[in-house]
Design a protein around this ligand. Structure first.
Ligand code: F6R
Length: 242
């Protein structure tokens, strides 16, 4: 894993955005793996700014998001489709028909998961997968536990994850209990992975992911088996780095 601890906010965003923009400059048809949540927002803002300045185009790119809540209408403000439109897609030249997010309202979720993996198989692999990390070490919504699933699947969200995400909802009761997520196997198929961690509340999880044993109890630790991972940490998340 290539670890970078970056103290200035602008440099954090710029470094992440440069990786994405550099890829699109050499391969305009790149397949991007995208995440939601707070961690990638400044990188998306920088990409939007670079796009406005004519420095990057997404017109031939396609994207696959990691996950989506089960049971939230796609137009709900906290659905991951709404998040991606609001924070990235509405401001760049990507063709929305080539942006993929699992459908958490599919009548047959198992079939939806199989179809998502089949699409990834056909159009992938993902060239660059952006990831955040949960305070409990989850990536996508692959929660810690005795085992992990390889492919896209439906997952029950742990209480701590619902608690963490309740900051976006009027009350915790409104946070969905399930999500559809890419599995660890799917994530590890990406050619390159960009793992972003910000804030003191991520310090322990990211330390375990990078320096701890490889264990399903910290799903992000499985990234140690991947040959091409870039980890960007801010000062607080990287407080344990010498
Ligand atoms: C989001 C996702 C999650 C988040 C993680 C961190 O698509 O899959 O794994 O990356 O929960 O969330 P933030 O960045 O909000 O702290």
């Amino acid at each position: 894993m290539n670890l970078f601890k970056i103290s200035k906010n602008e440099d954090f965003a710029q470094t992440g955005a440069n990786l994405v923009a550099g890829l699109l400059q050499t391969n305009p048809r790149a397949v991007l793996g995208l995440a939601t949540g707070s961690s990638p927002i400044s990188v998306y803002e920088e990409l939007i700014s670079m796009h406005r300045r004519g420095l990057v185009s997404f017109s031939k790119a396609s994207s696959f998001n990691l996950d989506e809540y089960v049971g939230l209408p796609a137009d709900h403000p906290e659905s991951y489709r709404s998040f991606m439109n609001r924070n990235l897609f509405d401001h760049i030249d990507i063709d929305l028909a080539r942006t993929h997010i699992p459908n958490g309202n599919a009548p047959d979720l198992a079939a939806e998961c199989r179809a998502y993996d089949a699409m990834l198989e056909e159009q992938g692999p993902v060239d660059l997968q952006i990831l955040g990390i949960g305070g409990n070490g989850h990536i996508g919504f692959n929660e810690p536990g005795a085992g992990l699933e390889g492919g896209t699947h439906v997952v029950g969200l742990l209480p701590e994850t619902r608690q963490a995400n309740s900051r976006f909802f009027p009350s915790i009761d409104e946070v969905p209990r399930q999500a559809v997520t890419m599995g660890i196997g799917t994530i590890l198929k990406a050619r390159q992975i960009l793992l972003l961690a910000r804030g003191a509340e991520k310090a322990e999880a990211i330390r375990k992911a990078v320096r701890g044993p490889i264990t399903t109890e910290c799903p992000a630790s499985l990234l140690q088996t991947h040959p091409n991972v870039v980890v960007l940490l801010d000062e607080e998340a990287g407080q344990w780095v010498d």
